[in-house]
Design a protein around this ligand. Sequence first.
Ligand code: SAM
Length: 357
Amino acid sequence: MTTMLPTPRRRPQPVPRSGLLSDAPQALADGYGRVATDLRVSLTDRCNLRCTYCMPAEGLDWMPSAEVLTDEEILRLIAIGVQRLGITTVRLTGGEPLLRKNLEQLVAGIAALSPTPTIALTTNGIGLAARAEGIAAAGLNRINVSLDTLDPATFATLTRRRRLDDVLAGVRAARAAGLNPVKINSVLMRGVNDHEALPLLRWAMAEGVHLRFIEQMPLDAQHGWQRSTMITAAEIRTRLSEEVVLVEDADDALTRGSAPAELFRVVGTDYSVGIIASVSKPFCGACDRVRLTADGQVRNCLFARAESDLRTPLRAGASDAEIARNWVLAVAGKQAGHGIDDPSFLQPDRPMSAIGG
Ligand code: SAM
């Protein structure tokens, strides 16, 4: 009988402190060989929906406004990330980023940076109909709209608001503003909208938008997530296969890189649907993300239990080099994986809305 030895875990390499205060560009590298280049910035923890997998009906204790970064502070941190630390993509999220008053100016400020990063936005689409053109003109490159159902009653149950028409108008406006491709993020919940996998696919194909299903993750403020009831990526594929034939997208296999969605081609069409198996097939080994919360904390993983405070040094007058050093150290300590399947897994204290999805 052979005994399987556990694969030795590579320990994070200590980051030399000398030289970290230099003005030379540095990489946001961790001890497992990954480099963060994709920065997700939460602009607010507030949201105008109350999706059951994210927030309780009554909302949450919002961050006091004095703790939320100002537009100037956000832009300064993004500039440090882009100009000193190798960030190439900036995704604005929340909470609901469209609730941020000066979003258009913020996008324009990011677009004016040199080098200019790719700028993306994740939104629930409410209010997007009136703002898509302005945000696109300010320099937004990519947009993801979250939409889990096409049924007004299910939308009201799932989000606790009757705003489906606003979201659909937002999707159309994003396309009209030239934000192509428009990606749609959908989370399926058992007994709520899991019968809508195929209607969502039919709709997305007809609208010409890119649909990506995302497995529900343990990030709800109510701590109600259960592995046993989660709709898995495999189940989503099975449901779609009741009507269409899916094959793994050969182009995707070559170009996927660190993108989390596995793409499946709908046979007989040139349409591909994405499925993100965040829980059942984690992609931590290829992770290139780092997050900044609306109150200025760096999180090196969605599920991290520790954060690094950039707001305090920022407000105490730290130089760009000092802030960059803190940021480098924050990413250096990133764990190998999120460990949802580990019995010792503990859900982070902050819910998704306060981290930035
Ligand atoms: N308000 C914006 C929106 O709705 O897209 C941005 C923030 S929201 C937290 C970002 C994404 O996270 C959405 O697509 C949402 O569906 C997803 N999300 C929230 N909670 C989740 C959970 N527990 N599991 C999986 N995805 C989740």
